[in-house]
Design a protein around this ligand. Structure first.
Ligand SMILES: Nc1ncnc2c1ncn2[C@@H]1O[C@H](COP(=O)(O)OP(=O)(O)OP(=O)(O)O)[C@@H](O)[C@H]1O
Length: 315
C-alpha cells in the first residue's frame, strides 16, 4: 500500500506502539482449549483480518484482547499495555462485539449520547459518528425498529465514539447487504489509512481478500498462518489446475502423493501441488488424454480451506 500518501488525522505518524500483540495466549474452558498458545501481532495503519473456522477461538481471543475474558495464560497488549492498564481505554480502543446491542426503546442517537455521557465524551460526538456510519436519517428512530444492518452500523458508531487509535471488530459485516459490505470495507480502509490499527474477524473470505492488508489465520485455537494477503496466497504454492481427462485415476496415481486431487463438477479434477507441465508429462506417460488443463487463480478462500483442512473439527 502507499504508506507515504497516508495522512494521520492527528497530524502525526502512527506511534509504533499502537499495535496489538498477542503472546502465548491460552484459554481453557472446562472441556476445551478454546485458545491454545496463540501469538500474533497486528500493525497500525493496516487492516488485519482475523480468520478461522467456526469455533477456532476468534471471539475468545478478541474478548481477551479487550479484557472481557481472563486468559488462562499469556498476554494481549495494545500499544504495549494490557487493556486493563490503559489510562484512557475508550479513546485508545473501540470495539464491536457480536452481542453488542442497545435498549430496544431507545433511539440510536440517545443510545450514543448515553455512551458519551458514561465515557466523559462531549455528546455532540454522537451526531458525528452517526454521520460517519450513515445513520443520521435514522437517528431518532428506536433501536427495536433497526434492521440488522442498521444495528451493525450503530455498533460501529459506538466503537468510533472515542476516536480510538485501535479498532477491534468481531464480524462487523454480519447482516450487511452487498452495498453495506462495500461501505464497511471503505470505512475500515479509510480508518487504517489514517494510521489506526484495525483488527477484524470475519467468515467472509472473499470480502477479506478485498479488505485486509494482513491476515491472521487460526484453527482449533492455534495459529495456522500470519502474513500479508499476498504472502498467504503465494505461500500456497503451485497454481491450482483444473484437469479434464477420461482417465482421472491413472493420472492421479502417476502424479503421486505430492498432489491433492479433488473431483469437481462434470468429471473434472482440481489438482493442487503440480503445475501444467508436470501434469501434462504425467498424462503422457500413462497415456491419459487431456481434454482440458486450466490454471485456476488461488483465492483466499481456497487457500484458507487448504490451510485449515482437517483442523476445523468442532471441539
Ligand atoms: N464461555 C464459554 N464456555 C465454554 N466454552 C466456550 C465459551 N466460549 C467459547 N467456548 C468454546 O471455545 C471454542 C472457541 O469459541 P469461539 O467463540 O472463540 O470461536 P470463534 O472462532 O469465534 O467461532 P465462530 O466463528 O463459530 O464464532 C469453542 O469450542 C466454544 O464452544
Amino acid at each position: 500500500m502507499h504508506h507515504a500518501s497516508r495522512c494521520r488525522r492527528k497530524g502525526s505518524w502512527p506511534m509504533a506502539d499502537d499495535g496489538i500483540a498477542v503472546s502465548g495466549l491460552i484459554k481453557v474452558y472446562k472441556n476445551v482449549r478454546a485458545v491454545d498458545d496463540l501469538s500474533f501481532t497486528v500493525s497500525p495503519g493496516r487492516v488485519t483480518g482475523f480468520l478461522g473456522p467456526n469455533g477456532a477461538g476468534k471471539t475468545t481471543t478478541l474478548r481477551m484482547v479487550l479484557n472481557l475474558v481472563r486468559p488462562t495464560a499469556g498476554t494481549a497488549t495494545i500499544g504495549g499495555r494490557r487493556y486493563a492498564d490503559l489510562t484512557d481505554p475508550i479513546r485508545k480502543v473501540g470495539a464491536l462485539l457480536e452481542a453488542s446491542g442497545a435498549h430496544r426503546g431507545r433511539t440510536g442517537r440517545n443510545h450514543l449520547r448515553m455512551l458519551c455521557d458514561a465515557a466523559g465524551i462531549p455528546i455532540s460526538r454522537a451526531d458525528d459518528v452517526l454521520d460517519t456510519v450513515g445513520l443520521t436519517p435514522a437517528a431518532n428512530r428506536k433501536f427495536k425498529g433497526y434492521s440488522l444492518g442498521m444495528r451493525q452500523r450503530l455498533g460501529i458508531a459506538a466503537a468510533l465514539l472515542g476516536d480510538p487509535d485501535v479498532l477491534v471488530l468481531d464480524e462487523p459485516a454480519n447482516g450487511l447487504d452487498p452495498e453495506g459490505i462495500r461501505w464497511m470495507r471503505d470505512l475500515l480502509k479509510s480508518l487504517a489509512d489514517e494510521g489506526r490499527t484495525v483488527l477484524v474477524s470475519s467468515h467472509l473470505l472473499s470480502e477479506m481478500e478485498l479488505l485486509a492488508d494482513d491476515v491472521v489465520i487460526i484453527a482449533a485455537g492455534r495459529l495456522v498462518r500470519q502474513g500479508t494477503v499476498a504472502e498467504i496466497l503465494a505461500s500456497a504454492g503451485a497454481a491450482q489446475m483444473l484437469v479434464r481427462t477420461p482417465r482421472p485415476e491413472a493420472l492421479v496415481a502417476e502424479l503421486g502423493d505430492a498432489v491433492t486431487a479433488t473431483p469437481v463438477e462434470d468429471g473434472a479434477l482440481r489438482i493442487v501441488g503440480a503445475d501444467g507441465p508436470t501434469i501434462g508429462a504425467a498424462a503422457l506417460r500413462v497415456g491419459a488424454e487431456i481434454h482440458e488443463l486450466t490454471a485456476e487463480r488461488r483465492d483466499l478462500e481456497n487457500v484458507f480451506l487448504q490451510l485449515t483442512a482437517g483442523k476445523a473439527d468442532i471441539r
